[in-house]
Design a protein around this ligand. Structure first.
Ligand SMILES: NC(=O)c1ccc[n+]([C@@H]2O[C@H](COP(=O)([O-])OP(=O)(O)OC[C@H]3O[C@@H](n4cnc5c(N)ncnc54)[C@H](OP(=O)(O)O)[C@@H]3O)[C@@H](O)[C@H]2O)c1
Length: 302
């Protein structure tokens, strides 16, 4: 069967289409025919430097996917841990531990379903960590990206008011998804601009970009929340002085998470799939994601 191997860490050119042995599922695993695989920044990170993830070449990337159980034909979606998984989903068939699989919401086709587990579960876990009352103001840095555009939709459905620092090009799309206050990300301080426009402090800030918490903390109210999925860098002393809860979030996969994500789908949350690529063009998908300005998700089809 076909699959895409990383034989040595490096640029997109190291992604190699190969003929691989059929996987044999163990007692707690299920053999899945893969239909589509979402592309994420962590694929690029693990392709370039697998040491963080504990991978040894050759290995296979691809952590979120949609497919069918070979034995029954049941449509499923799945999400694998981004650390320690030597053989990911960029293959025609994969043996997956049951704990990382769940039935796929029937209203989703495989391409849309494959775009959701990683970014959707991450967005959900960020919001779950912050007990915010309806009507609270949440500032999102990186709202136009894979995680961001889903987090905006989820926050909006939870009754939060969302401020988003993004490009001008993304303004309209974000407002349609539920952003109440668009902020130009090129301003010196989008958080200050938010407070100036609102006339009150923010209840919470989420950093999906990196390096955005430190400059935002002065504009978060005493007792508010600040979450990041990228880094906890800079001088965060103000979180002590202002009793701000700091949340570092690493998405944890699991069947329960996929069921929770299915609830969000029932509530109308949808990803924007910007482009699809056949398996033999995974390298082009990586190049596209690395170039930025994707404005949604890229999906590999099998
Ligand atoms: N901790 C976890 O469990 C976890 C889970 C998933 C992802 N992540 C990490 O979270 C980050 C985001 O993931 P993703 O999938 O959403 O990536 P993505 O699809 O590349 O989205 C990132 C978004 O941030 C925007 N952006 C860049 N600089 C910005 C700035 N200064 N202000 C506002 N927006 C800015 C980008 O816009 P342009 O492309 O237009 O510049 C893009 O829309 C990545 O670093 C990823 O590795 C962590």
């Amino acid at each position: 069967m076909r699959g895409v191997l990383v034989e040595r860490p490096g640029g997109p050119e190291v992604l190699t289409l190969a003929d691989l042995a059929e996987p044999v599922p163990g007692p707690d695993s299920v053999l899945v025919e893969v239909e589509a695989v979402g592309v994420n920044p962590v694929d690029i990170g693990n392709r370039t430097d697998p040491s963080w993830a504990g991978l040894v070449p050759p290995y296979i990337l691809g952590y979120e996917f949609a497919g069918r159980v070979v034995e029954t034909g049941e449509p499923i979606w799945g999400l694998l841990p981004v650390q320690g998984v030597q053989y990911g989903a960029l293959v025609e068939r994969i043996a997956v531990p049951r704990e990382y699989l769940a039935p796929r919401p029937p209203e989703l086709d495989p391409i849309v379903a494959a775009a959701l587990p990683m970014a959707g579960c991450t967005a959900q876990q960020v919001l779950q960590r912050m007990p915010l009352a309806a009507g609270s103001w949440l500032l999102v840095h990186g709202a136009a990206g894979g995680v961001g555009h889903l987090l905006v939709q989820m926050a909006h459905r939870r009754g939060l008011r969302v401020a988003a620092a993004a490009r001008h090009d993304d303004r309209r799309r974000l407002e349609e998804l539920g952003v109440d206050l668009w902020l130009d990300r090129s301003e010196p301080s989008p958080a200050q601009a938010a407070v100036d426009k609102l006339g009150n402090e923010l209840d919470a800030v989420v950093d999906l970009v990196g390096g955005q918490l430190e400059p935002s903390l002065p504009y978060v109210r005493v007792g508010g929340h600040a979450a990041t999925i990228v880094d906890l860098s800079g001088d965060l002393e103000l979180a002590i002085d202002r009793n701000i809860d700091l949340h570092g979030v690493l998405m944890r996969p699991g069947r329960d998470r996929l069921y929770q994500l299915a609830s969000a789908i029932s509530a109308g949350v949808r990803p924007h799939v910007t482009d699809t690529y056949p398996l033999e063009r995974v390298a082009d998908a990586h190049r596209r994601l690395e170039a930025g300005r994707v404005g949604g998700k890229l999906v590999v089809t099998l």
